[in-house]
Design a protein around this ligand. Structure first.
Ligand code: A3P
Length: 317
């Protein structure tokens, strides 16, 4: 009802105004339950916590931002919809990958009920860590694909993205580096996010598939085959003979997608001095690009933070 919604919005804005705020990135972030968020997303996440109803046949693509969300959306969409579309007239040739799989917490047209109205089985995406989702993943029954990435490359990607998005700020690499290292970045601390999903995947490997960007870049065909099996849509022997996994990899490759007109022009949104260009989701798509931006010493520092943070877990990044 309108009253319930009004009271929820009131409660949310009340809570939001009490959260610690810190400046430094393209807009100030708020700290909500140990994670940093852009304020409007913190409000959406509170809404998700209160209202999102997972379904047993949902598939959720979960990633830290800048770990390859755009790529994972394209891959999972192409794999699961391959009996509906051929590669010649494929939706990804005319739609941005961000537009083919919705986010749970970032609504299209501001409509938070959109996701609820989707027919099953749903393919969804989120950047939200499990501890901030409505209930534990184990009890959902749905599949979760998590992909993480080398923190150094993720950081460099984040830094470029923030400066692309902001028409006002020019954040220096050094200050971005110290913020990221402290765990202060959107949906950060980066490591806590990875660790939470890592633990879920250890506890429930049939339901949570944990992938790494670097592995996928190195052996994309092998991982696309694995992904298809996990998603309940394994490639048949005939499909493998016909080179369908290779077709999927080619269509979703950085080279292919970043050169499409639909991904090169236009904006997703514009808010204050922040402009989200469609092309901002495609930069280099390489492993190890950090060496072109960070000093070796910074690299060592981030590595030692990573080692310390992941110490005691079996996760290596
Ligand atoms: P770089 O900035 O290192 O190039 P996200 O989609 O989570 O925002 O992540 C963006 C990162 O993924 C960017 O990394 C971007 O270039 C890269 N990327 C986008 N599309 C890709 C693709 N098809 N294959 C591999 N990497 C891709």
């Amino acid at each position: 009802t309108h009253e319930a919604l009004a009271s929820e919005i009131h409660g949310t804005s009340d809570l939001l105004s009490k959260l610690p705020t810190r400046e430094g990135w393209s807009e100030p972030l708020v700290l909500y339950k140990n994670y940093w968020f852009r304020p409007h997303l913190a409000a959406n996440i509170m809404h998700v916590q209160n209202n999102f109803k997972p379904r047993h046949d949902d598939t959720i693509l979960a990633l830290n931002p800048k770990c390859g969300t755009t790529w994972m959306k394209a891959l999972a969409f192409t794999i699961t919809s391959r009996f509906r579309y051929d590669f010649v007239n494929h939706p990804l040739l005319s739609h941005h990958p961000q537009d083919v799989v919705p986010f749970i917490e970032i609504p299209w047209d501001g409509d938070m009920t959109y996701v609820e109205r989707l027919p099953s089985p749903r393919l969804l995406t989120t950047h939200i860590p499990p501890s901030l989702l409505p209930s534990s993943i184990a009890s959902w029954g749905c599949r979760v694909v998590y992909m993480c990435r080398d923190p150094k490359d993720t950081f460099v990607s984040r830094w470029h993205f923030e400066n692309r998005v902001s028409r006002e700020h020019n954040i220096s690499l050094e200050s971005a580096f110290s913020m990221f290292s402290e765990g202060f970045s959107a949906y950060g601390p980066f490591w806590d996010h990875c660790l939470e999903y890592w633990k879920k995947s250890i506890a429930n490997p049939d339901k949570v598939l944990f992938l790494k960007y670097e592995d996928m870049i190195l052996e994309p065909i092998k991982y696309v085959i694995r992904l298809a099996t996990f998603l309940g849509a394994p490639f048949s022997t005939k499909e493998e003979e016909d080179g369908i996994p290779e077709e999927v990899v080619r269509l979703c490759s950085f080279e292919k997608l970043s050169n499409l007109q639909i991904n090169q022009t236009g904006e997703f949104s514009r808010r204050d001095n922040l402009v989200l260009d469609k092309s901002a989701f495609f930069r280099k798509g390489k492993v190890g690009d950090w060496v072109n931006h960070m000093s070796e010493e910074m690299g060592r520092k981030l590595d030692s933070i990573t080692e310390e943070k992941l110490n005691g877990s079996s996760l290596v990044l």
